[in-house]
Ligand binder design. Structure first.
Ligand SMILES: [Zn+2]
Length: 397
């Protein structure tokens, strides 16, 4: 029965920072948190953090790859490589996120998520499956190949979404394409969560999707319609798009790619001000070039995705005209949000932990330093660099 006691820690709780804190882990769960002096049992291991931050492990809802591998590569080895890569950056739970791909690659991807759900040795835990596409809108495709976009039909939704009761599923859709209302209403009652993303929907179309049961919007400000874009098809009255609707509807949570390259600090601050730390999650949207040198990479399956380039700490299309996903870990997003955008530390950490956990419906189990929750922990120095990472009480970095 292994007990670990972290002492002299600066605890990062959801609403405050507690200096001189102690946290006790009994096997894989947190069993005590607080400023009080705790009496160690004879077999306890004591770790003096010398004032460093002790925060919950990060939860990433939107991540495609890392360390040379992509979740669409189709192998368990690729999944393990990515989960270990992101664990080094403080992420202890994640939902593998697909790219737009051939249909058989989607099936393989979902099957891999199902099979590998749970603990990954030495890596971030897999807590669900984020199906990104194929129900996107062609004009908002971003760096995803448009040949493989589909209209929802039972013959293409059932193989991906049926019998997934044990696998938390998230499906990103563009609500303006045909049959998405049928898709959302049919599978929402079976526990599937729906996001809006890669969409040029109008405000009214988003309002309708909220009514169907859509509750989250992918990477705010990126690959979505807004007043300026919709004006290209109608001069007046000017209309709101996905961006304005996301800021407007309290029912909608959203996320930002907080790598400091996709969005300038003022947009991170705007998102934070309007949505607040309980409705805004930080994501990496990272592809395989994390922890790899600058150069060209496949976004999506090796040999079958899109070619993109890593440069200046971000992914771009080969002609340099558009962004094409992130290349940094969640620790970098946390530093960007705190030091560049000036968001207080407890709220910054909450947006990387408890809020994404709540978006996925797993906040009863992880996402904060609370008694009974999984002992997923990250130790950060004063510059918020990752010093060590624990998943289920076991040290992985
Ligand atoms: Zn993405």
């Amino acid at each position: 029965m292994k007990t670990t006691i972290f002492t002299n820690a600066t605890l990062v709780l959801p609403d405050r920072v507690v200096p001189d804190g102690t946290l006790v882990v009994d096997r894989s769960r947190i069993c005590a948190v607080g400023p009080a002096e705790l009496r160690p049992g004879p077999s306890a291991e004591i770790l003096d953090l010398q004032g460093m931050y002790l925060a919950p492990g990060f939860v990433d809802l939107h991540v495609h790859g890392g360390d040379g591998a992509d979740f669409m590569d189709g192998t368990a080895e690729a999944f393990h490589t990515i989960c270990r890569c992101h664990a080094r950056h403080g992420t202890t739970s994640l939902t593998p996120t697909s790219t737009v791909a051939r249909y058989d690659q989607y099936v393989q991807f979902v099957n891999n998520c199902q099979y590998l759900l749970g603990e990954v040795p030495g890596g971030a835990r897999i807590i669900g499956c984020h199906l990104y596409g194929p129900y996107f809108a062609r004009p908002a495709r971003g760096c995803h190949p448009e040949r493989d976009f589909l209209i929802p039909q039972p013959d293409n939704s059932e193989p991906l979404l049926r019998n997934r009761s044990t696998l938390p599923m998230v499906v990103t859709i563009a609500p303006e394409i045909a049959n998405t209302e049928w898709l959302v209403r049919t599978y929402r009652t079976r526990g599937v969560r729906f996001n809006i993303g890669h969409s040029h929907a109008t405000f009214a179309q988003v309002e309708a999707a909220v009514e169907w049961g859509v509750r989250h919007v992918d990477h705010l400000f990126c690959a979505m319609s807004d007043r300026a874009r919709l004006r290209q098809s109608q001069t007046y009255p000017m209309r709101g798009g996905v961006m304005e609707a996301t800021l407007y509807f309290e029912e909608l949570t959203t996320e930002v790619i907080a790598d400091g390259q996709h969005l300038a600090p003022e947009l991170l601050r705007l998102a934070y001000k309007v949505k607040g730390p309980d409705r805004l999650a930080l994501v990496t949207d990272a592809m395989r070039a994390v922890d790899q040198p600058d150069g060209e990479y496949w976004f999506g399956a090796e040999g079958g995705g899109e070619r993109v380039r890593k440069q200046n700490g971000v992914g771009v299309t080969l002609d340099g005209s558009a962004l094409a996903s992130g290349v940094m870990g969640m620790d970098h997003a946390v530093r960007t949000m705190h030091f560049s955008a000036g968001i207080p530390l407890p709220e910054t950490i909450r947006m990387a932990t408890l809020t994404p956990a709540r978006v996925l419906g797993v906040d009863h189990d992880l996402g904060s330093l609370e008694v009974g929750k999984r002992a997923d922990l990250v130790v950060l120095d004063r510059r918020l660099n990752v010093q060590s990472v624990y998943i289920g009480g076991g040290k992985v970095f």
